[in-house]
Design a protein around this ligand. Structure first.
Ligand code: HEM
Length: 395
């Protein structure tokens, strides 16, 4: 029996995959309210998009954003949110942390929009909100800006989404997060099957790889829906809110920081990736604080067997062999060519995902010149977008 799952399991993908980006409605149906921080959560879910729209349309956005910051801080000061935050059960805490970081991110992004000086931007974020944000990171260590985990994994997009935009752009923004979440669910199922194969005594290799292939192909279908149905105009409206922090040298939330993509890649083709794309591993370790922490540290644990997960493992510096035990490669050696072909099909499907993703990124961000959020100035975007592509993936 394989050790039970270490990642929180997302909702299973559903018919919703076929519905994202359908542009049939321009309002969000909030099925089940998730408001762990009471007034603060109500404000984020119900009021924030209206406040943003008002500031954007006003003649004095600088005054508007400062007033918004003051009212958020007054709201936080009026109740003892510290105790509330620290006592929430974990799933509610994750949503509360998202609410707090949505507010912090909004204050910075709107301060930049209004042309505020860095000192004024810090005052706009305010002491009460900053303190609550620090407290949330104290309970769950994470990067001090809105993370992929906050925006995609913890955001209750299926029942009570947190978004920055109103109307059709808000619905598209919700579907953008939902599409990512659906892909994350598919990746988790692929990971489960690969872990069963790698760690389960007597696992049925054909069955495990067939499930993995099916899930990766399903993830590809969701990604294709982004490419075919997402509106470039609506995307442009919400994308700006998820940019790099304009005042801190910090990257924005990006699919680049999906730890599950890393996990599937390592399990399926970790050694080949190391041989062909060692930079991929260097970047994951270098940017590790941007990833969902529990999941990425579990992957690091696989990659440093017998040791506590290192920050730069010796194999990455060429001082030891790559830890093949992190991957399904050792198990594959016990099987014949038929199972080998099935694995090659999985690797091909993963590569197809990367290819499909690259043309999607080109269509929506690079070609129209929209901000790149998860790439540092010193990096080449093209290199990032092909950092996991294998040269011999075709089965
Ligand atoms: C329309 C949808 C999408 C667009 C326009 C897009 C755009 C980008 C861009 C511009 C990058 C470079 C880093 C950055 O600036 O953030 C990137 C990286 C990345 N994104 Fe996306 N992305 C989209 C959807 C997704 C989805 C649904 C996933 C799935 C989790 C994902 C996973 C990744 C990964 C893993 C990388 C790093 C490159 C790689 O390893 O292949 N992206 N994306």
């Amino acid at each position: 029996m394989v050790a039970s799952l270490f990642f929180s399991t997302p909702e299973p993908p559903s018919y919703r995959a076929q519905q994202i980006f359908s542009h049939l409605t321009d309002s969000i149906d909030r099925g089940q309210r998730k408001r762990p921080l009471g007034l603060v959560s109500n404000f984020v879910a119900d009021q924030l998009p209206h406040c943003i729209a008002e500031i954007k349309g006003s003649k004095r956005p600088d005054e508007g954003v400062k007033a918004l910051g003051r009212s958020i801080n007054a709201m936080i000061a009026s109740t003892d949110y510290d105790v509330q935050l620290l006592n929430l059960p974990q799933p509610d805490f994750a949503i509360a942390k998202t609410d707090i970081h949505y507010l912090v991110n909004c204050a910075y992004q709107m301060s930049a929009f209004a042309g505020l000086h860095p000192v004024e931007a810090e005052l706009t974020v305010g002491e009460e909100l900053s303190r609550l944000a620090r407290l949330s990171r104290h309970r769950q260590p994470s990067i001090e800006v809105l993370s992929y985990e906050d925006m995609i994994l913890a955001n209750p997009v299926q029942s009570d989404p947190r978004v920055y935009c109103l109307g059709a752009a808000g619905v598209e923004e919700r579907d953008f997060c939902l599409g990512h979440q659906l892909i994350e669910s598919e990746l988790q199922l692929a990971i489960d099957a690969l872990l069963e194969l790698r760690d389960g005594a007597g696992a049925d290799a054909r069955q495990c790889l067939a499930v993995c292939l099916e899930r990766l192909e399903s993830a590809n279908c969701v990604l294709t829906r982004f490419y075919e149905h997402m509106s470039p105009d609506l995307f442009g409206q919400f994308r700006v809110f998820y940019g790099k922090n304009p005042y801190k040298n910090r990257l924005g939330p990006s699919g680049r920081f999906s730890a599950r993509i890393v996990a599937v890649s390592v399990l399926l083709a970790g050694e080949e990736l190391f041989q062909q794309k060692p930079q991929f591993y260097r970047d994951v370790y270098r940017l590790s604080e941007y990833y969902p922490q529990v999941c990425i540290h579990e992957v690091f644990r696989w990659l440093s067997p017998g040791k506590s997960a290192e920050l730069t493992p010796t194999w990455l510096e060429g001082r030891a062999d790559f830890p093949r035990s992190a991957t399904i490669s050792p198990v594959m050696e016990r099987h014949g060519p038929e199972i080998g072909k099935l694995r090659a099909s999985c690797v091909y499907a993963l590569d197809q995902f990367t290819r499909m993703h690259r043309i999607t990124a080109l269509k929506y961000t690079i070609e129209p010149g929209r901000p790149i959020v998860g790439v540092e100035a010193s990096e080449s975007v093209e290199a990032v977008l092909s950092q996991r592509l294998l040269t011999a993936a075709r089965p």
